[in-house]
Design a protein around this ligand. Sequence first.
Ligand code: GTP
Ligand code: MG
Length: 268
Amino acid sequence: MQVGFTNDQMEKFIRDNLFSDEVIDTISENMLPIESLMAYYRCAIMQVETKFKVLDEQFSLQYDRNPIETIKSRIKSMEGIIKKVRRKNVALSLEAIEAEIKDIAGVRVVCSFPEDIYLLADCFLQQDDIRLIEMKDYIKHPKESGYRSLHLIVEVPIFLENEKKMMKVEIQIRSLAMDFWASQEHKIRYKKNIPEDERERLAVELKEIAEEVAAIDGRMSEIRARINSPEYQEQVNASKRNLVFPFSGPIAREILDSIEAEEEDEEE
Ligand code: GTP
Ligand code: MG
């Protein structure tokens, strides 16, 4: 026997039972802690972003270069949280979700060069209000897919009206080249309607591309190290000194003096 409801009956049932003041009050009461928790995660993201922006600014002052290209942040969607609760069999309480789902707040820091990744991670982790929970180095040990990045799970304090609360944030630090690969691979991986055998071939090819991208990243770093080396700078200065100036006389002397004065200003 099939018990069926017409649409009208279903709508009447919902209006009479689920739209009651009691149900609305219960939903609001239960939503409040979830909304507060999400607000705390947003605050934690702001703290982490600010810390990286400050580091970038400091490097800019001290070494005249900005190691960070971009910072992107996101809060995991409700759908994403629920799927992870199901997959990891997390208990259905906010406390359990907060303790076990460590990537509700995510910050991705993209650097120009691979060596900046460890430099930034070190400077960030040295700060005395940051607590490192977990570090996964997918640069030294890339994932099977070819994926490379440095992942940190940290706890960062947020200061509420009367208390300090430690919030977990997942930080992914990667180079521009690593980010390029991960974004493209993500787009391809989530493309629907790719037959299984083609998917396998793509995985092999994407892994090969990951190796090539890593090699290019390495070459760029070598070039940077070379042009920043004291030997290279010395060569550049020597070739400037050896420039044969084709004129002589008071005007030429004046020009030469002004070039030298400018160079001294730059060095200061
Ligand atoms: P999750 O439960 O999925 O978060 O896995 P996990 O806890 O083992 O975390 P993991 O260290 O694998 O990192 C997860 C995050 O890293 C993902 O949400 C992606 O942003 C990124 N990631 C990990 N592996 C890959 C990959 O093969 N390709 C791409 N594009 N991103 C990846
Ligand atoms: Mg994740």
